[in-house]
Design a binder for this molecule. Sequence first.
Ligand code: ITT
Length: 211
Amino acid sequence: MAVRLYCATSNAGKLLEFQQAAGDGIAIHGLPPVPCPESGATFEENAVLKAVCYSEALRGAPEGSPLASPLLFADDSGLVVDALEGAPGIHSARFAGPGADDAANNSLLLEKLSHVPGPRRTASFVCCIALSRGGGVIQTFQAEVKGMILDEQRGSGGFGYDPLFYLPELGRAFAELTPEQKWMHSHRGHAFEQLLSWLRQTEEGGSTAGL
Ligand code: ITT
């Protein structure tokens, strides 16, 4: 029997990555979006706020239904650019303003870095995943990956800042990778691997023998 995990996100790109990576023994389901505060000062604080917020929103689910006290996780992630003193960081989704789309965020990033030379365009993608059940946080998992910001967009895969994030060891932008390659090298893939190995070692994982 597969372990059932619910992913607390309104970001279709994130959900797709988790679902594409889920293999035998694990099933990942989306949830209807819930408006949650993201008032924390760190990725971890915001991941915890989102996980608890979604978990509490499900408290009214009927006893016995799959949504009654499910194991769920939230991902708070973003791009940390050294030459911008860590911006956009936890504000990555709305870098160009409330409701900003990926195109506007990427344009603003290019504009802000227009006078920054290649070697100083270092950046990291960070992902923190918070696992929750019944309104409480069980555990958090954080990972980061280091790269460079390109001076023009490359590739058409992924989402968000992927066309501008270049991975020197592969010689490609994230948006030029297959989903499998991105998962293998990404902040999200690494954080989720930590979650899986934690589940394998705990009772929360239930039937994780095959993971
Ligand atoms: P939820 O809070 O509902 O999960 P969100 O998009 O608002 O959705 P975040 O607050 O965690 O999520 O913001 C993450 C932003 O960081 C995301 O919108 C992208 O702009 C960027 N980002 C995170 N991971 C990324 C990735 O793998 N590739 C490209 N951009 C990424």
